[in-house]
Design a binder for this molecule. Structure first.
Ligand code: G4P
Length: 529
């Protein structure tokens, strides 16, 4: 392939994820986005719906339909002249590590806000994460078919609470039962809403120009007058769209609509494909890698288990950072220093899991993993690089895990180590006893682990309380001091799933004391893979 062909493919790519608070409409928007991407025929077919509300039971259901859950993990579809990759962020109640790492694999985010509620907790937290890389944000104000708050006020709230400037691209006309549509500021036209067409792509009526009498006729004189008045205010008080500021993550274009009514989602997609960045460079231990470099490189940000019941395999999700993948190509698995030939990577075109013949920077491919691939692993075409910024978080909740049938200890350990490689939980093995301690960032993860141990490893395990308040990964450059530290702290030391030395503290006071006593030892709350 020539350089210009490669560049063309890469320029077409848009890779994004949705950030929102549970119930704001992420699942519904995903459905509509796929509808516009012609990936599904009719909205209402995306599985895993409502997974935020009933995370546990839905997870079990998803397990039963493993072949399907993958389609909601990564979805690729064409839109306008672009090829869009939408990465699903897990919808657990808990802030999960998986979510964080997924956000390292995208180049932009869509923030969905329930306009009746405004800025909510999880959105705040996820926005903080996107700020670490100044990811460009597109905003969709959802649920205009309900009685919402004053849009101006919600924009103010976004600006002040999330510290990002808002540039409305569309502006709503009425809301709730009186929702009439939006005026598109850039196109200088009103797009009229009609109800009852949430499941199909609608034929929309538009009215050109703001002073057009047709507008008064279409939405009523009162709402037309209100729109003109509001727009004057908005234009005066809010920011104009600025592409540079958007790319720097300082300004977000804002769209209004209703995902349920399938209105406004296409305006948002138009903006996203037009303005969101093509695949961005990524930092490695050695140097920055540009997407258009000829040589292939990528990193693994997520591992998902046994999605295809026939194969009982695990899939490692890799974000391609540069160059292109071709079926059968050789890759250097940097951590293992091994050259491997990959012939059966999967892509996620149109929500289908199919074999990839070709994929480009910005795309996600799935590698079949038989336990050799870990989260954070880098693959290249030769060079020994390591992509940075894909961390593990120190867990905040701990339980001892015990078998119902003591003969299956080996199976249990194997299962736990594999689940920890996936990043589902952390497992700690204290150095002084045979306990197995499971650590999680969110409480839901405990249930998931027991269910999966049973389903996938055929072991029945139960939890017991354990006196651990926190864990830290321990490092020290001075081998002698490390030895001394180890000798004096045997009681509190453990190895994690990847055999990394960890300090498990019964109380925060204990941790603070240990840190004071051993100032040369680093106690890390995150660990880079
Ligand atoms: P989530 O993935 O962000 O958690 O949200 P989801 O799309 O599941 O939407 C949460 C609820 O909000 C759903 O209702 C959904 O139908 C509704 N919803 C989403 N977008 C809109 C919208 O534009 N307008 C209105 N009025 N409602 C919207 P539910 O009753 O919880 O679920 P369901 O019974 O409809 O599946």
């Amino acid at each position: 392939m020539s350089n210009s062909q490669l560049e063309h493919h890469i320029d077409q790519r848009r890779t994004f994820a949705i950030i929102s608070h549970p119930d704001a409409g992420k699942t519904t928007i995903t459905e509509k986005v796929l509808l516009f991407g012609r990936a599904i025929q009719q909205a209402g077919t995306v599985k895993g719906r409502g997974s935020n509300q009933h995370a546990k039971s839905d997870w079990m259901d998803m397990e039963k339909e493993r072949g399907i859950s993958i389609t909601t993990s990564v979805m690729q579809f064409p839109y306008n002249d672009c090829l869009v990759n939408l990465l699903d962020t897990p919808g657990h109640e808990d802030f999960s590590e998986d979510t964080y790492r997924t956000l390292t694999a995208v180049d932009s985010c869509l923030m969905v806000i329930d306009t009746a509620k405004g800025v909510e907790d999880r959105t705040r937290k996820l926005m903080e994460v996107t700020r670490l890389r100044d990811t460009p944000i597109v905003t969709f104000m959802n649920k205009l078919d309900r009685d919402i708050r004053d849009p101006m006020e919600v924009l103010d709230e976004v600006e002040s609470e999330l510290n990002i400037m808002c540039a409305p691209i569309t502006w709503p006309i009425g809301c709730g039962k009186e929702f009439k549509g939006v005026y598109h500021i850039h196109r200088d036209e009103t797009i009229l809403y009609s109800t009852g067409q949430g499941h199909t792509i609608q034929e929309l009526r538009t009215v050109k120009g703001l002073d057009n009498p047709d507008l008064d006729e279409a939405v009523g004189e009162e709402l037309a007058a209100q729109l003109r008045e509001e727009l004057e205010l908005v234009m005066g008080a809010s920011n104009e769209f600025d592409h540079e500021l958007f790319l720097e993550g300082e300004l977000t274009p804002v769209y209004f609509g209703t995902a349920l009514g399938n209105f406004g989602v296409d305006h948002m997609l138009d903006g996203l494909t037009k303005w969101a960045p093509a695949p961005l460079p990524r930092q490695t231990s050695e140097r920055q890698i540009d997407a258009k470099e000829e040589k292939f490189s990528g990193f693994v940000f997520k591992i998902q288990a046994n999605m295809d019941p026939k194969h009982r395999d695990r899939i490692a999700f890799m974000r391609i950072v540069s160059g292109s993948y071709k079926q059968g190509m050789k890759m250097n698995h940097v951590r293992l220093g091994k050259n491997i030939s990959i012939s059966d990577a999967v892509t996620f075109m149109a929500g289908d899991r199919s074999r990839a013949e070709e994929a480009f920077a910005g795309d996600i491919i799935g590698l079949h993993n038989h336990g050799t691939i870990q989260i954070g692993d880098t693959f290249t075409q030769g060079e020994n690089l390591k992509f940075s910024g894909i961390p593990n978080f120190a867990p905040e909740l701990f339980r001892r895990i015990r078998l119902k049938d003591p003969l299956k200890q080996k199976q249990l350990l194997k299962g736990l180590v594999q689940l920890s490689e996936e990043g589902a939980v952390q497992v700690f093995r204290p150095m002084q006893n045979n306990d197995l301690i499971v650590g999680a960032v969110g409480v839901l993860q405990f249930d998931v682990v027991v269910a999966r141990l049973k389903a996938e490893y055929n072991v029945e395990a139960i939890y017991e309380g354990v006196n651990v308040a926190t864990a830290r990964w321990v490092e020290c450059d001075d081998a002698k001091k490390l030895e001394e530290f180890k000798r004096k702290n045997q009681m509190n030391l453990a190895l994690d799933g990847g055999d990394n030395l960890s300090y498990i503290a019964p109380t925060m006071v204990n941790l603070n004391l240990a840190q004071e006593r051993f100032p040369d030892v680093a106690f890390r709350s995150t660990r880079e893979h």
